[in-house]
Design a protein around this ligand. Sequence first.
Ligand code: 9YW
Length: 431
Amino acid sequence: MSSRLTGDETALWKAAARVLDANWTGTSTAASPGLYPHQWSWDSAFISMGLARHRRDRAEAELLSLFRGQWADGMLPHIVFNTTLARHAFFPGPELWRSERQPAAPRGVHTSGLTQPPLHALTALRLHESAPDADSSRAFLARLYPMLTAQHRYLARCRDIGASGLIAICHPWESGLDNSPAWDRPLAALRLPPTAYAPAQRPHTLPTGEDYDRYVRLVALLRDAGYRPGYLRDAHPFAVEDPLVNAVYLASTHALAEIAGIVGADPVPHLECARRVHGAILDRLFDPDTGCFRPRDLRDDRLLPVVTVGAFGPLLDPELPAPIVRNLVDLLLSARFAGAAGYPVPTCDIQAPAFDRGGYWRGPTWISTNWLVWYGALGHDLPVVADLLYGATMRLVRQSGFREFFDPFDGTGRGSHDYAWSAALVLDLLG
Ligand code: 9YW
């Protein structure tokens, strides 16, 4: 803990550290006690950043434990199941994914067959930047580098479905923003076979009903096709290039180039990949008419209509042109986002018909997306925006605790309590 914290900040820091301690399973961190008892991929990356400020040993263990679930083709799954828990501790559990039947999946560990935003190289570099012991940190990076490289190679080889340099998500869960209104149109267009899974098995705080039914059917299609890259590319009905996912991919690709330099590997292939992704984000996901970024549906080659918090993802691109940065800041501060929300950043444009202040990723503020926009703002030297996000995030957790998500107007906490990434990212922000 930093010695320059005020009394109030020290209390917050200690409360956040207590959440991470309580959620530690001995080898990794449960995303939230009760509701999400397993290890989720991008949660793990955020959590590791917080652990780095509190329990460095656990920060490294967290990432290594996640990569135990990495498939032979490099795919890093979005859930690594805790096999010591009852089989039905979370639905959908291993029985939906059946990873044990996939030749590429690791033995002795059950995983999902989808991935999530590839934040991990950025996390690894951030861990290195705050490391007390440079030699041991370099050794850790050298151990992780081949796994990170394999993860990025998988994405470039198997997820560049549009042959554009960008990676595509094949399921809303892969975006991390599960029921975002961004996915409404491609989901509505699906013609899917019925499934045997009953939505009633889900806890009431999670999206259920017709959308949920579609999520499960999409998984069944992927699974029955053996999660094959050829199927994903040519036949799977859901394939979207998302600006937030691709901006995270780009930031992590830059981080991978830096890590390569630190561990004595060649950074050039990563820099070349970064150049391509940067160009493709601008060419394919920026809409000059509205001045913002939106996801591209690869199945009908159109930009999706709703503007969400994902529009600010490209602030993570260090080379984003200055006029576009200004557009994004204007949009962020406007009445569509921070201008009308006491506790920004709402996850959907407040003026969009789909906006729902209590609807999970359809409006509420989340600490993870706040952190990503804050980090992007710092990279573009936007102290006013960064301070706004820092201040809003601290007010949220002071007022409502480490909740899963928050009402963007009055800051009421919603969803699960003691949510690990909310605590971890507060530790990272406090420094
Ligand atoms: C689900 C664990 C996950 C996050 C996702 C979030 C939620 C629930 O919780 O998903 O059913 O997978 O949407 O981003 O990783 O915290």
